[in-house]
Design a protein around this ligand. Structure first.
Ligand code: 4FN
Length: 247
């Protein structure tokens, strides 16, 4: 997988790409991330990439020419149908399904916005899709690009040592996680639930599934609605309802 990033702050990416799972993925060559400085595509000697907005108003807008030249240059060295993704609050919400879809691509391009955003003609000419990581104000698209890169990288074959840890995790199953515990079994009067110490794997599995269902229903009911429940899930939810009606 090759990810091309277009940014005016290439340094933003150095530490995150050199740490943890992303560093390992790059060493193993499962992942290549190429950071491109937008200013390299600016035509003038001062490397200007922004300009005043037509119609007036506060702030600056990213000029179309450097961005379009940068994308065209990368596309000239890419396969056909390489996605060109603009990270923007106006985009479709990035989620695990989108991460899985992108993880199947051989390559894609990420454009990070700055100032008030990009000239509309960038969208009209080179952008194939727009993604948002969520509803908050960011200083630039770089943090969003790192979110997308991280979510995609961990899905690439061989990146996580133990494939079991991919699908047992919450979002792979569509549920939030059950509560986790490690040693000590008692800490300041708080005990680890007895069932986890029992060594009874079937009971442990049921308890964890039940906790995951409870948490998901309480905190993220929309996630639960999107899910295909097994017979066991329905039974566990009925147990939770019965327990709740007792209090
Ligand atoms: N943000 C909103 C409304 C209007 C503007 C913003 C905002 C960075 C260039 C875009 C933000 C959030 C998620 C990119 C936010 C994302 C960005 C993202 C982003 C500088 C212009 C800007 C959503 C609060 C209503 C700044 C909300 N995912 N403008 O943040 O790039 O990818």
């Amino acid at each position: 997988m090759r990810i091309e990033v277009i940014t005016i702050f290439p340094d933003f990416f150095s530490s995150p790409l050199d740490c943890s799972i992303l560093a390992r993925a790059r060493q193993s060559e499962a992942l290549a991330v190429n950071i491109h400085n937008l200013r390299d595509y600016a035509a003038d000697k001062h490397k200007v990439v922004d300009d005043y907005p037509y119609g007036g108003g506060a702030g600056m807008v990213m000029k179309p020419e450097p961005l379009i030249l940068a994308v065209e240059d990368l596309l000239s060295r890419a396969g056909p149908d390489c996605p060109v993704i603009l990270l923007t609050p106006q985009g479709q919400q990035f989620d695990q399904a989108k991460a899985e879809q992108l993880a199947k691509q051989e390559q894609f391009i990420l454009i990070c916005g700055h100032y008030e955003g990009v000239d509309e003609r960038v969208r009209q000419t080179v952008v194939t899709e727009e993604l948002s990581i969520g509803d908050y104000v960011l200083t630039g698209g770089e943090a969003a690009a790192l979110v997308v890169i991280g979510a995609v990288a961990r899905l690439l074959p061989g990146v996580l040592g133990n494939p079991a840890s991919i699908d047992s995790e919450s979002f792979a199953s569509g549920l939030l996680e059950y509560p986790h515990y490690t040693r000590p079994a008692q800490w300041r009067g708080m005990a680890v639930p007895e069932v986890l110490l029992s060594g009874h794997h079937q009971k442990i599995h049921r308890w964890r599934r039940k906790q995951a269902l409870r948490r998901t229903r309480e905190r993220r009911p929309q996630l639960l609605k999107q899910l295909e429940l097994t017979e066991e899930d329905k039974q566990l939810l009925a147990e939770l309802d019965a327990e709740a009606s007792q209090d």
